[in-house]
Design a protein around this ligand. Structure first.
Ligand SMILES: O=P(O)(O)O[C@@H]1[C@@H](OP(=O)(O)O)[C@H](OP(=O)(O)O)[C@H](O)[C@H](OP(=O)(O)O)[C@H]1OP(=O)(O)O
Ligand SMILES: Nc1ncnc2c1ncn2[C@@H]1O[C@H](COP(=O)(O)OP(=O)(O)O)[C@@H](O)[C@H]1O
Length: 318
């Protein structure tokens, strides 16, 4: 491919003449490659998600409009959602001309080398009144993945590999084939410093305490979300994902004067299937979230146990 063609593929100009690119850190969903329709990002920290057909896009835009102005949602919960900046006509990634896109904050834009994981929450991705065809498609995938058995499934992830100074991306086919052990291993691998590419290595969970643990870590954020989900009856978050993001360079610099915090973040994304809660708890999301939290807690406990054993061996001079 000559460089002009490759420039055309990766860089698309919007109506405002801002350079838009295929997101480097997208880990799941529809991807804007090979002439397909998918999200784009600019260099100002904005994420442009094309409104999907068959009303899903309109539905997601309506959710953001409602959620953004909903005074019943506490401020500390708003921070778990990407900031919404309305919709905008943008040159679509599939070359089909200008299409409406949701304009969102790009939640990974502040990171140089983010590790990112998308986990779809809930023990079912279908919901009442969907078409028979959609129901069948969803239930098939829900049974084939850990959605039914665990109440969540890993949809995709990438890790910044320090040894190689490059990103390692989990293969989508393998990720969708995980059973409970596979999901557990992926969650351990996500916070490990040993080579993700080597499937024979046991993940060392070197970053687990800093990323999953601590008062600002992933677990604390998930627990804050759980608190809200235990009482909120405003929305039902069908087929919605939790994104986990952190930067591991900062952890490796620990102890250094300039060492920044790992900035472990939880964000919720994908609201194409959100329904009104109608005064009913979102049991599907809440149940999945509790199960996911248990997996994260178990990893933290196993790391703490390991550290305690090391300390007692040292104290006993062994
Ligand atoms: O197209 P597929 O089969 O990859 O399915 C998409 C899912 O990919 P998956 O293979 O489960 O990781 C995809 O899941 P992720 O975002 O990858 O977790 C979505 O569920 C997507 O539907 P929607 O945009 O939320 O309405 C799904 O898209 P639709 O097929 O519903 O358009
Ligand atoms: N606001 C955002 N900022 C950065 N990345 C995002 C944002 N929203 C979604 N993503 C990335 O795009 C992926 C797919 O998003 P999603 O909304 O689920 O799309 P789809 O509807 O195609 O499944 C996520 O896994 C994440 O990597």
């Amino acid at each position: 491919m000559n460089s002009r063609n490759s420039d055309r593929r990766d860089c698309i100009y919007s109506c405002t003449k801002k350079m838009l690119k295929v997101p480097e850190h997208q880990v799941a969903g529809h991807i804007a490659s090979d002439g397909k329709l998918g999200p784009l990002v600019d260099d100002q920290g904005r994420f442009f998600k094309p409104l999907q057909g068959d009303s899903r896009g309109e539905h997601e835009a309506k959710f953001y409009e409602s959620f953004t102005s909903n005074k019943k949602v506490p401020d500390h919960i708003h921070r778990y959602f990407p900031v919404y900046h309305g919709t905008q006509l943008v040159e679509a990634s599939d070359g089909s001309g200008k299409l409406p896109h949701l304009v969102l904050d790009d939640v990974v834009s502040g990171y140089a080398n983010p590790s990112v994981m998308d986990v779809k929450i809930g023990s079912r991705t279908w919901y009442p009144d969907v078409s028979e065809e959609y129901f069948k498609k969803c239930i098939k995938k829900d049974r084939q993945t850990t959605t039914v058995s665990l109440g969540f499934r890993v949809s995709g992830f990438k890790i910044f590999d320090h040894q190689e100074s490059s990103f390692w991306r989990a293969e989508k086919k393998l990720v969708l084939g995980y059973n409970a052990d596979g999901a557990r291993l992926a969650l351990r691998k996500f916070v490990s410093s040993n080579s993700p590419a080597d499937s024979n290595l046991t993940p060392n969970c070197a970053f687990a305490s800093e990323v999953y643990g601590g008062c600002n870590g992933i677990l604390a954020q998930l627990l804050e979300l759980k608190d809200w989900f235990e009482t909120q009856t405003l929305y039902h978050f069908n087929s919605c994902s939790i994104l986990m993001i952190y930067e591991n360079e900062s952890i490796l610099m620990k102890g250094g004067d300039d060492a920044p915090a790992p900035r472990a973040q939880v964000k919720l994304v994908d609201f194409a299937h959100v329904l009104d809660g109608n005064g009913v708890i979102d049991h599907n999301f809440l149940g999945g979230l509790c199960s996911f939290i248990k997996f994260i807690k178990d990893i933290l406990q196993s790391v703490e146990k390991h550290d305690e054993t090391d300390t007692s061996l040292l104290e006993n001079g062994r």
